[in-house]
Design a protein around this ligand. Structure first.
Ligand SMILES: C[S@@+](CC[C@H](N)C(=O)[O-])C[C@H]1O[C@@H](n2cnc3c(N)ncnc32)[C@H](O)[C@@H]1O
Length: 262
């Protein structure tokens, strides 16, 4: 399958289709802009996709680099930045390998649930180790992921639910996207299939895999991978996180790691 990313997801096969699918963007831009302005140094956005946040942040004067593993998403990001006359820089890189970057950043962030594309402990350890390495002294790391709701996770089976519709940019024909959902309880991964149905024709299927991070699990992962949590919000309006929050928005800094005792 072309353009499959490391966790097997296939929905990032085309940046324009991805943007059209999403339609109304989430309201996270003012939050990330305020955080970028506090950074006092260059900013690194991980899994930046089509530059939805990278480009407006660069337009606002932030020195920002976006990295992503999916070439079609980056192609669209670069085209949008050119069109807007904005000087954001983009690099194709698996986010588990960012430790290779030479630059150091005052803020590193990963938005819009993108961390949920890392499913196993080895990937997460490599990723967090890389974030620690590229953070400048005193720098901050911010991530946002869903707050898993067990009531939603039990939705199972072959049922198809409509989740988006837009016009095919090439033909003008309407595309209806239906979602098929199942939850892998062992891996804690939502296994989603989007069926893109063009007019009366057949449907093209693309997989999307998203790992769930429960709040206490996320806190432990961050702690044991060398981060101190400063704040957890439940919404981009900075309301405090509660069990009912839809999001976990976590702001952290590096903490000193003691060498293991023998
Ligand atoms: C939900 S999209 C979010 C895009 C963008 N952050 C936004 O807010 O619009 C997730 C992005 O994560 C990227 N991604 C997934 N796994 C990755 C990996 N291992 N390394 C780098 N990028 C990855 C995908 O290619 C995709 O662009």
């Amino acid at each position: 399958m072309e353009h499959r990313i490391p966790d097997g997801s296939e929905v990032y096969w085309d940046g324009l289709h991805y943007d059209l699918y999403n339609g109304e963007p989430p309201c996270d831009l003012p939050f990330y802009l305020a955080e970028a302005r506090k950074a006092g140094g260059p900013v690194l956005e991980l899994a930046c996709g089509t530059g939805r946040l990278t480009i407006p942040l660069a337009a606002a004067g932030v020195d920002i680099t976006g990295v992503d593993v999916a070439a079609p998403m980056l192609a669209r990001a670069r085209a949008k930045a050119r069109e807007a006359g904005v000087g954001a820089s983009f690099e194709r890189l698996d986010m588990r390998d960012i430790g290779r970057l030479r630059r150091r950043f005052g803020l590193v962030f990963i938005a819009f649930n993108s961390l949920q594309h890392l499913h196993d402990r080895a990937s997460l350890e490599r990723f967090f180790g890389g974030v620690r390495k590229v953070l400048a002294p005193g720098g901050r790391f911010i991530l946002d992921v869903f707050n898993p709701d067990p009531r939603c996770l039990v939705r199972e089976g072959d049922e198809l639910l409509p989740v988006s519709c837009y016009k095919d940019p090439a033909t003008g024909i309407g595309i209806l996207v239906n979602e098929q959902y199942s939850y892998d309880r062992k891996a804690q991964v939502s296994r989603i299939v989007w069926h893109y149905k063009r007019g009366r024709g057949g449907a093209r299927r693309r997989r999307l895999n998203l790992r769930c991070f429960y709040p206490a699990e996320l806190e432990a992962l961050l702690h044991y991978n060398g981060f101190r949590i400063e704040r957890v919000y439940g919404n981009f309006d900075r309301s405090p996180f509660s069990g009912e929050s839809g999001k976990q928005i976590v702001i952290c800094r590096k903490r000193a790691l003691r060498p293991a005792r023998r």
